[in-house]
Design a protein around this ligand. Structure first.
Ligand SMILES: [Zn+2]
Length: 64
């Protein structure tokens, strides 16, 4: 539990992620703070169906 930690505000938006399996850019949900961003775990590539847990975030679609 991390309830006592002062967690930075975390947001989730749609973005482009790079699937390492089929090497295509696919859309996925990305969670981010001011310090980092990463793919929301548990998603699957819409092209090849592999896990996107290790995919790299390319950019956020709704980045401010
Ligand atoms: Zn893929």
């Amino acid at each position: 539990m991390e309830l006592q930690m002062k967690a930075p505000e975390k947001k989730v938006t749609r973005g482009q992620v790079h699937c390492p399996m089929c090497t295509h850019s696919v859309s996925g949900e990305v969670e981010y703070t001011k310090r980092w961003m990463k793919v929301v775990p548990g998603q699957r590539c819409e092209r090849c169906g592999s896990s996107l847990d290790v995919a790299a975030v390319l950019y956020l679609r709704n980045a401010a």
